[in-house]
Design a protein around this ligand. Structure first.
Ligand code: CO
Length: 133
């Protein structure tokens, strides 16, 4: 596993939160991307070397909607960059972690992504992401 690729924050209203976080960071978001299959609309901020992803639900069955209902707004996941997502998935599975899908899926920002079940990682939702080439 490599560096933290980004931190994901669940928000109720992407437009309002884009305005709020652009004040906080002193920089505008650089992209908005809807991933309909995952039921999310996302925006990205670059803060120095770090990337922050805001996530809004696009429908009531979205995992983000469920998260917001249960926990409210806040940090949703931490994403780590990996070079070989299939290799990391096999390694983590062998270590006893639970993956939320058998295959990596196309995610926002040109990535292949997979999530680990937070129950197997002390309540922290971990995302692995590999740059799509
Ligand atoms: Co993410």
């Amino acid at each position: 596993m490599d560096k933290i690729e980004h931190i994901g924050i669940a928000v109720k209203n992407l437009e309002k939160s884009n305005a709020l976080f652009s004040k906080l960071f002193g920089a505008e978001h650089y992209k908005v991307e809807r991933v309909e299959r995952e039921g999310v609309s996302t925006s990205f901020f670059q803060v120095g070397p770090n990337k922050i992803e805001l996530l809004e639900a696009t429908n009531p069955d979205s995992p983000i909607a469920k998260f917001l209902n249960k926990k409210g707004e806040g940090i949703h996941h931490i994403a780590f960059a990996v070079e070989d997502i299939h290799g990391e998935m096999a390694r983590l599975q062998a270590e006893g972690f639970t993956l939320l899908s058998d295959e990596p899926k196309p995610g926002a920002d040109n990535k292949l992504v997979v999530f680990l079940h937070p129950k197997s990682s002390n309540g922290v939702l971990i995302e692995l992401c590999q740059e799509r080439t």
